[in-house]
Design a protein around this ligand. Structure first.
Ligand SMILES: [Zn+2]
Ligand SMILES: [Zn+2]
Length: 245
C-alpha cells in the first residue's frame, strides 16, 4: 500500500514538475525565483547551500577552529575508521535538508535526481581514479517495500553513470531492519548496525565507493565498509550527499 502510495506520489511529482517546467522553465527549486539555465538553484540559493569548510580529511566531520596538523578529527585519530575517506557534497543543514528529506521520505524522486547531480559534480572533482565500482547502502527489504525505492541507489546510479563505473547491488544486503538511528548515542548506533550487512559475493582486490544520502555518526558506513573489507575489498571510500555532525 505504502509502495503504491509512493509510486503515485512520485508520478504526480513528475507531473507537477513538468507543469512547473512548462510555466517556469528556469525556476529555483528552493525559492522559485529565476535560476540560470541548467541550474536547479538561483544564484542566492546556491550561495546559501551549506558547504563543508573545515572538515576531517578522513571522515568529513566538522573540525574545530584549530585542527591537528594532519587535518584529521579526534575520533579518527583515536580509532581509524574502516573506510579510507569520505567525499561529501554538502553539510547537512538548511535549506538542503528539506530536499534530502523530501527525496528520502516523500517520494520526491525529482529532487533526488537534482541532488544526485550535485553529488556527481562533487565526486568528479575529488576523484583520483582509485575507485572501480559503486555500492549504494542497501535498504532492508521491509523498508524497501514500505518506501518503494532506495534513495541511495537513486543517488548512486547517475553518479556511477557520469564516472563510467558499475553499480553493484547484488550480493550486498541488509541482514535485518535496523531501528532508525536518530536520537541514538554513538555506541548504540554502532550496536544497532553491527553485522547489519551480509555480503554473499567476492570483492577481492576491488576498490569501492559506498554511496549514501546522509552520513551522521558514520556507523552505517563503517559497518558496510568493514563487511566489504571482510569480503576482500582493498580500498573503501564513501560518497555522501551531506555530512551531519
Ligand atoms: Zn532560489
Ligand atoms: Zn574524522
Amino acid at each position: 500500500m505504502n509502495r503504491l502510495f509512493n509510486q503515485i506520489l512520485a508520478s504526480s511529482t513528475y507531473f507537477r514538475k513538468s507543469i512547473q517546467t512548462l510555466l517556469f522553465p528556469d525556476s529555483c527549486l528552493l525559492c522559485g525565483a529565476r535560476a540560470p539555465v541548467a541550474d536547479p538553484f538561483c544564484d542566492g540559493c546556491r550561495q546559501a547551500l551549506p558547504r563543508l569548510d573545515a572538515a576531517c580529511a578522513r571522515c568529513a566531520a566538522a573540525l574545530p577552529a584549530s585542527p591537528s596538523p594532519e587535518g584529521v578529527c579526534g575520533a579518527c585519530q583515536q580509532r581509524a575508521p574502516a573506510f579510507d575517506r569520505v567525499v561529501a557534497a554538502y553539510r547537512y543543514a538548511p535549506p538542503l535538508d528539506r530536499l534530502i528529506q523530501g527525496g528520502k521520505y516523500n517520494g520526491r524522486l525529482d529532487w533526488l535526481e537534482v541532488l544526485a547531480r550535485e553529488l556527481a559534480v562533487r565526486v568528479e572533482s575529488a576523484t583520483d581514479g582509485r575507485v572501480d565500482a559503486v555500492v549504494p547502502v542497501p535498504l532492508h527489504r521491509i523498508r524497501l517495500r514500505e518506501r518503494g525505492y532506495n534513495q541511495s541507489l537513486e543517488l548512486a546510479r547517475p553518479v556511477a553513470k557520469r564516472l563510467r563505473l558499475p553499480v553493484i547491488t547484488s550480493g550486498v544486503r541488509r541482514a535485518r531492519p535496523t531501528v532508525p538511528q536518530t536520537g541514538l548515542s554513538r555506541t548504540l548506533r554502532e550496536k544497532n548496525v553491527r553485522r547489519a550487512f551480509e555480503i554473499t559475493r567476492g570483492f577481492d582486490g576491488r576498490r569501492i565507493a559506498i554511496v549514501d544520502d546522509v552520513m551522521t555518526s558514520g556507523a552505517t558506513i563503517e559497518a558496510l565498509a568493514r563487511a566489504l573489507r571482510r569480503a576482500g575489498a582493498t580500498h573503501v571510500e564513501a560518497w555522501v550527499l551531506a555530512r551531519a555532525g
